[in-house]
Design a protein around this ligand. Sequence first.
Ligand code: ADP
Ligand code: MG
Length: 555
Amino acid sequence: MEKIRFEELNCSEEIRKAVKDMGFEETTPIQALAIPLVLEGKDVVGQAQTGTGKTAAFGIPAIDMVDPQRNETQALILCPTRELAVQVSEELAKIARYKRGVRTLPIFGGQPIERQIKGLKKGVQIVIGTPGRVMDHMRRRTLKLDNLKMMILDEADEMLNMGFREDIETILESVSSERQTLLFSATMPKPIMDIIHKYQTDPKIVKVVHKELTTPNVNQVYLEVKQKDKLEVLTRLIDMYSPKLSLVFCNTKKKVDEVTDLLQSRGYASDKIHGDMKQSLRINVMNKFKRGDIEVLIATDVAARGLDIDDVESVFNFDMPTHEEYYVHRIGRTGRAGRAGSAFTFVTGRDFYLLRNVMKYTKKKIKKHPIPTISDIETIKTSIFLEKIKKKIDEGKLEKYIKVLEDLLDDDFSAIEIAAALLKMELEIKDVVEIDIRPEKAYKSTGAEKGMVRMFINIGKNKRIRPQDVVGAIAGETSISGKNIGEIDIFDNYTFVEIPEEYADEVLSIMSKNTIKGNKINIEPAKGKKIASSRKSPDKKFSREKVRKAKVKRK
Ligand code: ADP
Ligand code: MG
């Protein structure tokens, strides 16, 4: 994909100077494609993954387009979250640095509305806001959009995910139809296409879609971890690799609270962001993280979405993300701007099918990483520490410290003893928590043969179910192949089928949403031998061999 120099863009001298200050050398691909079209006045749809510079793609032309002489709102940018509104506003202020008289203001819920009203009264050409608060100001007539020239939906997919569709449509309908409308998003699901068709005129769609959904310079691994061991494994990985900044993702706010408390109590410089926290507090935490005062940030997907932090070295999926796209977004927080990053995903027995889905979606293999043992951590920490020592020796200026040690040597300690004691102080690991790394035995006895799980399905001969229907449905929907499906017993009103243990989670989760021969089913692990033995023997008992024979016969 083409990148071009900013000089080749038809943007103002002031902007070129500002982006140079910001360290931008050439445009990103989405900027190269979108900026010229926006400057021509076209309605534009821009799709590119996170971290590809979409903000400047609409920010640069928006800033050049507004008239600084006129103190009215000329561009409105809608963002899904407070953090993003603040972030976009800051980036735009930087780009507008040399454009005299161009003012930007973020408006969002959670901040006193009076302060925003005061700000708006000064005359702000570019307003960046969350949909709810924007509507609030429109109702109060403290935000007047009569002379709006440009309307921008940033992170449109996320706004829709968060349920802002109605609000967005209300806003779009109440602003002048003369306006230019831009829409930027990482993905283009159907509801977005609907909005595009409804509210844009002859839109030009520019896409920068990467063949690889996840950045190549991110090393992705997973660890098979039991729920109760996750925290211990997390701290071991942090101790072992000492990432500069780490981002830990949990699926719920409650879990974010829990993990943060536990990490803090273990002495990690850590804090959290999630949607229930006050705005000022979240901004405060983000700034500390950017400065490195906090090294581990624990977050939910929504709170962290789109946040632009460059130095995140490691992303931890404390909880397996529930959607493939969330995985991609989470991983996109590291390995930015060509830096190396690593992503660790914790997988419990029941998450394996999600992991498989992620690999299918990203077309990338995620390799298994062993749970670090205490001696692994010691080895790595020791070698990191010894490297540091060598560096210090090379740097010199050790006279002051040599003097102290010489006194100790006079007291009859040997140099090697002193060094060993220092090493021990630095490297000794206290409070060792044992982790049982044998795989979890998730299924109690289901009456199946060893290594298999017997499943109960709530339909049988009453729905004319035949063994081949069961095999066909399961092998068709899941990654198990027909030949690995075990014994099948079909009764009048229910069926038993044996599934190899490693596929049991997947079969349960997928088949509970699927049908057999058009019938919705209930599927669950069978309860021991009791059910089977308390009834008379099955009318038909099929072994794998018999299934095959049955198939052949019926043909
Ligand atoms: P997106 O909205 O696509 O997720 P952002 O607009 O937040 O991405 O940009 C990500 C980072 O890249 C920001 O730090 C931004 O300043 C930087 N950036 C944007 N454009 C360029 C460029 N042309 N050259 C270098 N860095 C850029
Ligand atoms: Mg963005």
